[in-house]
Design a protein around this ligand. Structure first.
Ligand code: CA
Length: 235
């Protein structure tokens, strides 16, 4: 029997974008629900048990940030990719602060977004070897997406968690930036793509005693990254 279809919610007010994405996603075997209204998007996500959301930043009735915050209240671990026509860094940061996992700048390639959706569910289908893991002072619960360190809890985004999970699976071994990009984001290797590095910075802030001098998530120059679980020194 075929596994149940994953449901993707599209919240977007440009009909040609909805149509293009809907056709391509349905062709890939996803179920698609869509709306042009932010408020209805939150209701739909709930009612249709959305497995991932593609969310436009500029909507007629509200903005994507507000929708994102509402969605997060309902489901802290739902993968949310924000679409933005703007390229200003402040908008992206605000979107990520509101709980978006990542953003795609318009005009975007439908194939890229499809590849990202495929990668999200391919990774999510892999059951973790352990439910929780300790890296130095940080304890990561893969089920709840929560990282605890020095008594503080941090909610990890979908990509932060998956990136960490891949590094944990390969503890002590260098993992290339290209492989990470391919496995986690479903994207082709590109020397100009800083996505992986940006997420490494975020993880280091949450895990490392001093993020500028990492002892757990190490840079392998010209290649990628390597996770060291035990502290290298007592410094
Ligand atoms: Ca719009």
């Amino acid at each position: 029997m075929a596994p149940p279809k994953k449901t993707i919610l599209i919240v977007e007010d440009e009909p040609h974008i909805i149509l293009g994405l809907q056709d391509a996603l349905e062709f890939e075997g996803f179920r698609v629900v869509s709306t042009s209204k932010g408020k209805e998007g939150v209701e739909l996500a709930n009612r249709e048990s959305a497995d991932a959301v593609i969310l436009d930043l500029m909507l007629p009735d509200t903005n994507g940030y507000a929708v994102c915050e509402e969605l997060r209240r309902w489901n802290p671990v739902l993968p949310i990719i924000m679409l933005t026509a703007r390229s200003q860094e402040s908008d992206k940061i605000r979107g990520l602060d509101a709980g978006a996992d990542d953003y795609v700048t318009k005009p975007f390639s439908v194939n890229e977004l499809i590849a990202r959706m495929r990668a999200i569910f391919r990774r999510a289908a892999v059951r973790p070897a352990a439910e929780a893991v300790e890296i130095g002072e940080a304890r990561i619960n893969f089920a709840s997406h929560i990282l605890t360190r020095r008594g503080e809890e941090h909610q990890l985004s979908f990509y932060e968690l998956e990136l960490l999970r891949l590094l944990v699976e390969r503890t002590g071994q260098p993992v290339s930036r290209d492989e990470i990009l391919q496995k986690i984001w479903g994207l082709d290797a590109s020397p100009t793509n800083r996505t992986v590095d940006n997420f490494i910075v975020k993880l280091r802030k949450k895990i490392e005693p001093s993020p500028d001098r990492p002892v757990h998530i190490l840079t392998v120059y010209g290649f990628g990254y390597k996770l060291v679980v035990e502290r290298g020194s007592s410094a």
